[in-house]
Design a protein around this ligand. Structure first.
Ligand code: M6R
Length: 341
């Protein structure tokens, strides 16, 4: 069943090149709901990893399509009184997460059009929503979401592509290849650094901030190491006091609009003695002088950088948890699907 892999999680990580291609093709201009094309504003509701996918979607949809997108935790949405948008997108791998379902239900009660992005045909979310987009990741056994998260990214990238026409089909068709390259990376040194830490900070800017939120969630979920994510600019507003040679920082520092300021943030952290694991260009000499370990990600396109960094962080969590002998597929205290509020 595990196809020769020691855990379902690793098998599911390795399925991702195919999964993302399938997810991207699960949607075309003919199948994109009309009301989504006409939306003037969108709310995304979701929990856990699915919420992080929603945050990445917000960044891409707002910058490429100019559509305001609000992203709400399912557990908060029901109880907050906020103005409703034209459309609600509910993202849920299982389609059974109670908080996400009740958030969609709130939309239904207020005549908002609803879209479900889910992995499970005929799940509850499909009955609560006007339209369903199936992400087609295949069954995910490991409690930690990996391929379903990547499939959500695939579907949501395609939505942005179809709404904006600004992501080329060629870029999207490279997503699977970008993941294949990442799967060949050697994570040993970074794993050694993380496996002996009690606290790890994950920092990024722009869309890489929610990528880091997902990376930190994955690390704490399966390795039981306390991992916190921050928007890199926020570190000096408090968390700085926690930095020391005992607290590694994992950072994404790729060429782009925030590269220079990110490098500056890393210099400030390094001055506190913090070991740095950076995801960046393999030939970036300035970065390699600063970081203790550089995990190379040599993609130019933002979308491929997001997907590639996501998979790198999954691997970092998986191999760290494996080094620590954790029960990876079924972490303590957690269930695959959370069906109570
Ligand atoms: O099935 P859903 O996508 O609605 O599940 C939401 C979260 O419970 C889920 O993503 C959880 O955070 C994962 N175990 C994270 O790996």
């Amino acid at each position: 069943q595990k196809g020769g892999f020691p855990h379902f999680m690793l098998k599911e990580i390795y399925e991702q090149p195919e999964v993302i291609n399938r997810a991207i093709h699960s949607l075309s201009s003919d199948t994109l709901p009309r009301f989504l094309c006409d939306a003037k504003s969108i709310t995304v509701v979701a929990c856990g990893s699915s919420y992080h996918a929603g945050l990445i979607f917000r960044y891409l949809a707002e910058s490429s399509c100019g559509i305001p997108v609000r992203v709400e935790l399912g557990s908060e949405f029901k109880y907050c009184s906020v103005p409703l948008t034209d459309v609600i997108i509910g993202i849920s791998q299982s389609g059974e997460t109670a908080d996400t379902l009740s958030a969609i239900h709130k939309g239904n009660c207020n005549n908002v059009q609803t879209v479900a992005v889910t992995n499970v045909l005929n799940s509850s979310i499909t009955r609560y929503s006007d339209v369903t987009i199936l992400m087609q990741a295949g069954p995910e056994i490991s409690v930690a979401a990996t391929k379903s998260f990547t499939a959500q990214l695939g579907v949501l990238l395609q939505v942005v592509n179809l709404l904006s026409g600004r992501i080329s089909d060629e870029t999207l068709s490279h997503a699977g290849v970008a993941i294949e390259k990442v799967l060949l990376l050697n994570m040993e040194d970074a794993v050694t650094l993380c496996a002996r830490a009690q606290h790890i900070f994950y920092v990024g800017r722009g869309p890489f901030y929610p990528v880091m939120m997902e990376g930190a969630l994955k690390m704490k979920e399966i390795s039981y190491i306390h991992a916190e994510s921050y928007a890199a600019g926020e570190i000096k507003h408090g968390p700085f006091s926690l930095l020391s040679s005992e607290t590694p920082v994992v950072a994404i520092c790729l060429p782009g609009p925030s590269y220079a300021v990110m490098l500056g943030n890393l210099k400030e952290m390094k001055a506190r003695g913090t070991p740095i694991v950076a995801i960046g260009y393999g030939d970036d000499t300035e970065l390699s002088e600063l970081a203790d370990i550089v995990i190379p990600l040599d993609e130019e396109q933002l979308y491929l950088q997001i997907v590639g960094a996501t998979v790198i962080l999954q691997m970092l969590s998986y191999y760290t948890a494996s080094r620590l002998g954790r029960e990876i597929d079924k972490p303590r205290n957690l269930a695959k699907s959370v069906t109570v509020e």
